[in-house]
Design a binder for this molecule. Structure first.
Ligand SMILES: [Zn+2]
Length: 140
């Protein structure tokens, strides 16, 4: 699908996804609020600047677009057929940054959860969030 996008559309898409409040991230935040969690967004208090942070729990959630973060095994995590080398380099850079963020957080005793874009609409996501965070309104 993605390979068929024109260059123009692709850069439009890139601009949209580059912005902080991507749609999948908003969806996850909405779900967290619904479940009764309170969180901080784009938290500067720890290295890695997690998308969604729970400072008292020392937990972070990253919401990753399947295309940009090259979700392996996912239909959206594919390498476009044109400019393959360019995309491979780009994806590898993104993935390296993801790993670095998680590693830096771990060094500060934070644990991280990655939520993929393709998981956002699944019922299991609530369970996954609760499993990671503990029951809502416990230690905030
Ligand atoms: Zn995916």
């Amino acid at each position: 699908m993605v390979d068929k996008l024109s260059k123009e559309k692709r850069s439009l898409l890139m601009g949209r996804i580059r912005r902080a409040d991507t749609t999948p991230e908003l969806a996850v935040r909405r779900l967290l609020t619904l479940l009764g969690y309170r969180y901080r967004i784009h938290f500067e208090g720890v290295s890695g600047r997690p998308d969604i942070a729970f400072p008292r729990k020392r937990k972070a959630i990253f919401v990753h677009g399947c295309f940009w973060h090259y979700h392996q095994g996912c239909p959206s995590g594919r390498i476009p057929k044109s400019r393959t080398k360019f995309w491979l380099t780009k994806f590898e850079k993104n993935r390296a940054r993801d790993r670095r963020q998680i590693r830096e957080l771990r060094q500060h005793s934070w644990s991280s959860l990655v939520v993929w874009e393709c998981e956002v609409d699944k019922e299991d996501l609530s369970k996954k969030l609760i499993r990671f965070l503990g029951l809502p309104r416990s230690t905030g």
